[in-house]
Ligand binder design. Structure first.
Ligand code: FES
Length: 580
């Protein structure tokens, strides 16, 4: 599409606070001046918020203060006034019960800060998994010019000569300890080698997936996703982004201009090509909801179905984000999709031009890291959306991380009512389970856990692992870490805690999975299913008070993005009243 910039100069919204000689204008300027800001900085130039998810409790984002300074340099250079402000920072590695429970709260924080403050445009600083979608959601709901800079991934990890990836090797080593192939002491020794620099997970986990989604949507400058956190070019990216946002404000280039259906279709295809996280499904549905786009699970299945996974990164492949960057990063992937007729080349980006202009001249510097489409990692990447009597509202599976021999499988259900039930039983040698069984985990959805934790990739029982078996079919209403792998059916909806059919699965029931037919089926009669559902009683208590109660009462199902019902949509930037 062709974007027509707004006329410049014109009066910006920040001048409603800072412009003129009224008592209120003097009040607003005077307090700001206690930071040592010269008077001419309030002369009507763009005021740019730097929305920062920096936190020492979010280690993946702990370097974002440095990047914020680089952004500020660029903003000053381009004639804007930078104003850094903090927002909530849900850390994937530490926040309990799960960071996902706070994605919507963080988005609400962002939205209200952007609307209530004298800001004309914003640079969003994100990194760890939930921070990227939360910031995009909040900015989309306010719809002022916005651009995202990612913190970037950590450098490669190494342990005893082997490359180790964030998360992916945590699961691998953990299973190796259970199988008796690694000692607990060696596991502890590996700990420091996994996270050896600033930055987010270095696999194509959720953080790198969401950085890639933001770039594919057109909400970052081209090349943002893959630059390692500690590479000097990450600072350059922050610097030039600061310059760019000032022009975006002058042009009035807003998220609603960029976040179109074409942009989301591009992103869903890119997710297939990178072997991206299943979490992208939920997050993109939620972002789309904020701009009023009716994106569905079926869109995910349709857009990704014939997309080959060409990025050879863990957990689906071999390499890490550092190699992806050296190979050329996401622009190479987007170009490959464009050359294959799988890209809306005219989708607008924060550059003010079409996405194709950003990628058409890039080169692939390593065809083992970014494979040619003629030699993909998996011919059918993307996300498989499953339905059936076990998941009437849908469930998802990532084919590139699954085992080919389990894609069509019928097995006996071994049921865990909660994650605690799973933990209590899984290492019990008397548990009646073998590799042909289907592991079923309940009550880990948005309401059930609460927050829809990343526990869907349940570790296998030790007695199965000792046979050298590394995968079994697993089904749950949970999510899975983007760094994880396996034949794992996730996001089953309605969730068990809302009385979805998952809630009434019993030990010994037979379950059929047929990924090609997009089917997940509980093999009991309709009458038996109806009888069990009628008898079902929730064991989940409504939290009393606080965010947990609000979340329980208003969070929606994963099939629409697990946003709060009252946060869906764009509410614009108008402020109801002045401060006083
Ligand atoms: Fe923060 Fe993986 S835990 S990016």
């Amino acid at each position: 599409m062709t974007f027509k910039p707004a006329p410049w100069p014109r009066k910006l919204r920040s001048q409603e606070w800072f412009g003129g000689t009224t008592k209120d204008a003097i009040y607003h300027r005077s307090w700001m001046k206690n930071q040592g800001l010269p008077a001419d900085l309030f002369d009507g130039r763009p005021v740019i918020g730097i929305c920062n998810t920096w936190s020492q409790l979010t280690p993946c984002n702990a370097h974002l203060r440095d990047l914020a300074e680089r952004v500020a340099h660029g903003i000053y250079e381009a004639g804007g006034l930078p104003m850094e402000f903090p927002v909530m920072s849900p850390s994937e590695s530490a926040f309990r019960p799960t960071a996902m429970m706070f994605r919507n709260l963080c988005a609400m924080d962002v939205e209200e800060c952007l609307r209530g403050q004298p800001i004309d445009g914003v640079v969003l600083l994100a990194g760890c998994d939930k921070t990227t979608p939360a910031l995009l959601m909040g900015a989309a709901s306010v719809d002022i010019p916005a651009i995202l800079v990612s913190g970037g991934p950590m450098l490669n990890g190494y342990f005893r000569g082997e490359t180790v990836g964030s998360g992916t090797h945590l699961w691998k080593f953990s299973e190796a300890v259970k199988a008796g192939e690694m000692t607990a002491e060696e596991f502890v020794e590996a700990e420091a080698s996994m996270s050896r620099s600033a930055g987010a997970c270095n696999t194509m986990g959720t953080a790198s997936t969401m950085a890639s989604m933001a770039e594919a949507l057109g909400m970052t400058l081209s090349g943002n996703a893959a630059i390692p956190a500690v590479d000097s070019r990450r600072r350059v990216m922050a610097h030039v982004t600061g310059r760019r946002i000032v022009q975006m404000v002058k042009d009035d280039l807003k998220p609603s201009d960029i976040l179109t259906r074409k942009a989301f279709e591009n992103a869903m295809r890119v997710n297939g090509a990178i072997g991206g996280s299943t979490n992208a499904v939920i997050h993109l549905l939620a972002v789309a909801g904020r701009v009023g786009l009716d994106l569905t699970l079926e869109d995910w299945d349709k857009q990704g179905r014939d997309i080959p996974t060409i990025v050879n990164l863990m957990p689906s492949g071999k390499y890490l984000m550092e190699e992806f960057f050296y190979a050329g990063g996401l622009p190479v992937v987007i170009k490959a999709l464009g050359e294959g007729g799988k890209l809306h080349k005219d989708a607008l980006t924060v550059s003010g031009g079409p996405i194709w202009d950003e990628v058409k001249d890039v080169r692939n510097w390593n065809e083992d890291v970014i494979r040619p489409v003629t030699n993909p990692l998996t011919s059918h990447g993307g996300i498989a959306v499953l339905r059936g009597n076990l998941a009437p509202n849908g469930a998802v599976l990532k084919p590139s991380a699954a085992s080919a021999h389990l894609m069509k499988h019928r097995g006996r259900a071994v049921v865990f009512e909660t994650i605690e039930d799973y933990k209590a039983k899984i290492e019990d040698e008397s548990l009646d389970i073998d590799e042909t069984c289907v592991m079923v985990l309940k009550n880990c959805g948005p309401r059930g856990y609460p927050g829809m934790a990343e526990v869907g990739n349940m570790g296998l029982p030790p007695k199965v692992l000792r046979k050298g078996i590394t995968d079994m079919v697993r089904i749950s209403d949970a999510r899975m870490s983007g760094t994880a792998y396996g034949t794992v059916v996730l996001h089953v909806s309605p969730e068990a805690a809302r009385g979805g059919p998952l809630a009434i699965v019993r030990n010994g029931d037979m379950i059929e999975l047929d990924v090609e037919a997009r089917r997940v089926h509980l093999d009991i009669s309709d009458a038996e299913l109806a009888k069990r559902l009628a008898e079902w009683k929730s064991g989940i208590e409504r939290p009393s008070g606080g965010w947990a109660q609000l979340y329980h009462d208003h969070v929606q199902g994963p099939e629409t993005g697990a946003d709060m019902d009252f946060l869906v949509g764009c509410r614009g930037n108008a402020v109801a009243r002045e401060a006083h």
